[in-house]
Design a protein around this ligand. Structure first.
Ligand SMILES: Nc1nc2c(ncn2[C@@H]2O[C@H](COP(=O)(O)OP(=O)(O)OP(=O)(O)O)[C@@H](O)[C@H]2O)c(=O)[nH]1
Ligand SMILES: [Mg+2]
Length: 295
């Protein structure tokens, strides 16, 4: 099966999770799968564009497709360990991942709507990554654009460059109808004023579309501030403490260990209110509605 055939066998609506490194794309995707599958890390972590959904035949748990179209199978945990690296290793390893893609066979919360989730390698770290993410963005039916809203931060330079060149090219129509573009400020568990956050984001939209247009109104309606981490914790529980021998280097292991301890703390404190606070249900409902109108 070719890559295109595999992707269309998973679903007919492609939802791409886009944003800078560390914005929480993989955390959200794991939350939607109720399973810790794609690597999450405070350093650059996702090295492969990953397609997630129910895959007929070809793939058992996970498979990586190489540049010749050959698939190699992995279990979920082997997959995560195989593709998790820290920044320090990133540049050396990059060439090994040229033109490789991951396919993950999992039932997720949007499967029933014929949706394939795409966890991208993100933007802003280097031109190579940004180009690959731009290609995925161009082929998407729905864009979920995440950014790290820690301390009420707004879209940054790298976001603006990507958005104005790929999604809202000057003098042309937006890449997709604006009701299919979601702006998702993430990490609201660490944000003092969500209202302020949304106000600043609406100001940013003026760089993309006219304030009196339908497009502007649709973009404003599609702002959904979330906490990917709370949602993922609610669906999967905290990560287990990592096993030293699975890691390629000491630094990765120590980071993974620290994250697991931290997650456990949050989980114990906030267990009951996690799902409601995360706001992700709103995003799921909105994407479901749009996907029905595409089908
Ligand atoms: N406090 C908080 N931390 C979060 C949240 N979402 C993600 N994080 C943390 O942010 C870091 C980055 O998350 P990832 O999901 O790996 O980010 P990413 O966008 O996939 O990053 P790349 O794969 O490098 O492009 C991890 O340490 C997550 O635990 C959130 O809602 N709140
Ligand atoms: Mg990632």
């Amino acid at each position: 099966m070719t890559r295109t055939e595999l992707i269309s066998s998973i679903g007919h609506v492609k939802v791409a999770f886009i944003g800078r490194s560390n914005s929480g794309k993989s955390t959200l995707v794991n939350g939607l799968c109720n399973k810790y599958i794609v690597p999450e890390c405070s350093h650059t972590s996702t090295m492969l564009t990953s397609y997630l959904g129910r895959i007929p035949k070809a793939v058992k748990d996970c498979a990586i497709m190489d540049s010749r179209g050959k698939l190699k199978d992995y279990s979920f945990s082997e997959f995560r360990d195989t593709v998790t690296y820290t920044e320090q290793y990133y540049d050396n390893l990059k060439s090994r991942y040229v033109d490789k893609y991951a396919f993950i066979n999992v039932r997720h919360q949007l499967s029933r709507n014929g949706i394939v989730l795409i966890d991208t390698i993100g933007i802003g770290v280097n031109e190579y990554d940004t180009r690959r993410t731009a290609a995925v963005t161009r082929g998407a039916d729905i864009i979920v654009y995440l950014y790290d809203a820690l301390d009420c931060a707004n879209l940054r330079m790298a976001d603006m460059e990507f958005l104005t060149s790929i999604v809202f090219p000057k003098g042309r129509k937006p890449l997709l109808p604006c009701d299919r573009i979601f702006f998702v400020p993430n990490k609201i568990d660490m944000v003092s004023s969500v209202t302020e956050l949304c106000r600043d984001l609406k100001c940013c939209f003026l760089n993309f579309v006219s304030p009196l247009s339908n497009d502007y109104e649709q973009l404003c309606n599609n702002i959904i501030p979330i906490s990917s981490l709370y949602y993922r914790l609610a669906t999967t529980g905290p990560q287990k403490l990592p096993v030293r021998s699975h890691f390629q280097d000491k630094e990765s292991f120590e980071i993974a260990h620290e994250i697991a301890v931290n997650e456990n703390d949050i989980y114990e404190r906030l267990n009951d209110s996690l799902i409601v606070m995360s706001n992700v249900k709103k995003l799921i409902n909105a994407i479901s509605q749009i996907s029905k109108s595409i089908s």
